[in-house]
Design a binder for this molecule. Sequence first.
Ligand code: PDD
Length: 289
Amino acid sequence: MSSVVYLNGEYLPRSEAKLSVDERGFFFGDGVYEVTRAVDGHLFESGRHMKRLARGLRELRLEPSLSLADIEAISLELLQRNDITSGEGTVYLQITRGAAPRTHHFPPAGTPCTVFLSAQRFAVPHDKRATGVAVVTYPDIRWSRCDIKTVNLLAAVMAKQHAVDHGVFEAIFVKDGAITEGSHTNIFGVIDGELRTYPSSNLILPGITRDVVLDVARELGVPINETPFHTHHLPQLQECFLTGTTTDVMPVVSIDGVTVGDGKPGRTSMALYDALATRLYGAIPAGGR
Ligand code: PDD
């Protein structure tokens, strides 16, 4: 059965949802998106996602006719209509500057934004978490507004394909020697017992999972040092992990073929996963990690 999606005011079977060839998302990647986790029909950290979305809309001067409350209501409705009211799902949201004859500058005032949402079931990668994953480094060739969650994701596409070509889970970006983030994840290291991660700035996406993990690290008393770690620090890494809406906390056990720590998911990483899972599920999921 085809899933039901939302497009510009209508709920439609996915196969019937159509966009104009003049769509600015298609021409320019001129828009923003969010991916929100749904557990048992509830949106996880929806408030933080909506805040990040609002900021992105403001920065790009996008003015959809829908409010954030409307967007949350449509997300919940899609979970219902697609029968994802129990178990795991994700909601994808995309807002672009709409369809108009191609000009680099903004289209005429009054051009409606394109608003698209879909909901899908999600298989949590617990098996990968049990062993940890390998990653490869990739030059951070992105622009200097990585803090905006734009659909313009070409560098992320190239990086992730590089990871796939190397048979690993993720590519991590390196800028002037510093590890910034993954193609679709944030990254943390543990060095001398301290949690290290690239500071929130224009050069990374302020990940919602990153924020929640920093919160739970504070609660657990894990020392946090929001300064970048560099490629020359890699031999010193005791632990490393990725965070993201579709990744949770994912231990990294190898970088560019070199083993991290003892080659197993680290204790701090798994303690932080357990604390995140407690927020996601109310308890650590039955059947374990
Ligand atoms: N990606 N960094 C980048 C570049 C990302 O694209 C993402 C999310 C993250 C993690 O952010 P969050 O914790 O809010 O999911 C960090 C989404 C999941 C995607 O593109 O599918």
